[in-house]
Write a new protein. Sequence first.
Length: 211
Amino acid sequence: MRLILLGAPGAGKGTQAEILSRLLQIPTISTGNILRAAMKEGTPVGLQAKAYVDAGKLVPDDVIIGIIRERLAQPDCAGGYILDGVPRTIPQALAMEEMGVEVDCALSIEIEDQVIVERMTGRRTCKDCSATFHVVANPPKKEGVCDFCGGELSIRKDDAPETVKARLATYHEETEPLKAFYAERGKLRSVENQPSIEETTQVICQALEIA
C-alpha cells in the first residue's frame, strides 16, 4: 500500500504514520525527520531548509523532491510506503506524478485549528531520534526523556504559538487544495480526528479497509 497522509501541522500525521508503518510493515517517509536530521548535521540542504522552517514557511519544492527521489529509490520502499509531509503543494504533487511516484490513497486527518494550537504547545520532540510525544495525549514514561533512545525532549521552534498560527495559515492556502486534487483522482479518504490516538487509528484502519 502506498499512502499519503494529509492534514494540518499537528493533526497527528507523524504518530499515525508510525502506527500504520508497523501494521502494514512498510516504511514511513517523513520529510520533516529527514530535514531535521540535515539541519542538525549542518548540511547544505539542512542550512537552506532551516531558515524556512524557523520562519514557519514551506521548504522549496526542489529540496523536497530531491529528498523524496533519493529515498524512494531505496530497497525498503519496493513493497509500499507512507509519505508524511509531502506533497505539500499541488506543484509538488504534479512533480511527484511526473517522477512516477504511485499513490493508492491520500488520507486526510481533519481537525480544527484551535485544537491544533492547543495540542502543539504540549508537543515534545526528541533531539536525537526525532520521536514525538505529548504531555497529555502521549506522554513519555519519564518526563523530558525519550522512551526509545533516552534522548532529551524539547519544544521545537516551529511548535511555538506564533509559528503554529503562521504554519496553519500556510497550510490552508497552499496544502489544503491537495484534498480536491486527490479527490478528483478518486484517491481521497477523510477521517475526523478522535479523542485519543487509538480511536483515531481505528477510524483510519476502517477508512483504509485494513481493520
